[in-house]
Design a protein around this ligand. Structure first.
Ligand SMILES: NC(=O)c1ccc[n+]([C@@H]2O[C@H](COP(=O)([O-])OP(=O)(O)OC[C@H]3O[C@@H](n4cnc5c(N)ncnc54)[C@H](OP(=O)(O)O)[C@@H]3O)[C@@H](O)[C@H]2O)c1
Length: 252
């Protein structure tokens, strides 16, 4: 058990990649909290992760609400060893768009969720994190490559990738390591949020899989295994690093 009794907070731990990470953390002995907005999936996911994890309902774009997550986690489990900043996404938070057609409102919502909330989640967690802890930020292969319709999202994720470097330097005196996990295309409820009929969504998944050298979509568990590595002492010599876990898309 590589994370035995380690205290973790995972934002977006009630769905998809975040839930996959929480499940792998539980297997490795971690305890702590998952954070999301949807009470229904928070309840069902906490049940799945019981007795190790509890759910806390918070909108991470509301900066003033963030400290409560860490206060409650500390009260329940003690000071934090691990923070996974995963809440985010390109869907349901501004339409996908290019530089030609993205409105100011959609730009702001995309950046508020995928960049600003990451900055303040980390900032508000700092007093509750132990020295020597590990922070894992979830970005995307959109940090590496241009994709249609992901113009603002990609810039926000590139900013997250940059935060891993600058935060690691800012926090050197506390020996807090900050690294990035950048997923490729992962099979999560995100596909359901595209609003496509099931049949069309399945076709889209097949088309995406065909573009991946290993010919399959990633699974949340694949991301969970990498996150365990980044959260654990096995990665103690990694600071400001990005691991791209994408089935070979960027490199092959
Ligand atoms: N799936 C992919 O192919 C892929 C690829 C690259 C990167 N990513 C990144 O991976 C992360 C997780 O995505 P996913 O695919 O697992 O999608 P998902 O299943 O839709 O999960 C998104 C999670 O973020 C939470 N979230 C979103 N907005 C929030 C807010 N304002 N406050 C609190 N929680 C919020 C959601 O909670 P609620 O449902 O409760 O709102 C949910 O738990 C995102 O950062 C995404 O950009 C995904």
């Amino acid at each position: 058990m590589r994370l035995k009794n380690k205290v973790a907070v995972i934002t977006g731990g009630n769905s998809g990649i975040g839930l996959g990470i929480a499940q792998e953390f539980k297997k490795e002995g971690a305890v702590g909290t998952i954070v999301g907005r949807n009470q229904k999936t928070l309840d069902s996911s906490s049940e799945l992760l019981s007795p190790n994890f509890i759910g806390i309902q918070t909108d991470v774009t509301k900066t003033e609400a963030l400290e409560n997550i860490f206060k409650r986690t500390e009260n329940e489990f003690g000071k934090l060893d691990i923070l996974v900043v995963n809440a985010g996404g390109a869907i349901g938070n501004g339409t996908l768009g290019s530089v030609v057609n993205t409105s100011e409102e959609d730009y702001t919502r995309m950046v508020d969720l995928n960049l600003k909330s990451v900055f303040f989640t980390v900032q508000k967690a700092l007093p509750y994190l132990k020295d020597g802890s590990s922070i894992v930020l979830i970005a995307s292969i959109a940090t590496q490559k241009a994709f249609d319709g992901l113009t603002v999202y990609s810039a926000a994720k590139a900013g997250v990738r940059s935060f891993a470097r600058t935060f690691s330097r800012d926090l050197l005196d506390r020996n807090i390591r900050v690294n990035v996990l950048s997923p490729g295309t992962i099979e999560t409820p995100l596909f359901g949020k595209l609003g496509l009929p099931d049949e069309v969504a399945d076709q889209a998944k097949e088309q995406f899989a065909d573009l991946i050298p290993v010919k399959r979509l990633g699974q949340p568990k694949d991301m969970g295994r990498v996150a365990v590595f980044l959260a654990s002492d096995d990665s103690s010599f990694l600071l400001g690093e990005e691991i791209v876990a994408d089935g070979g898309v960027v490199n092959l």
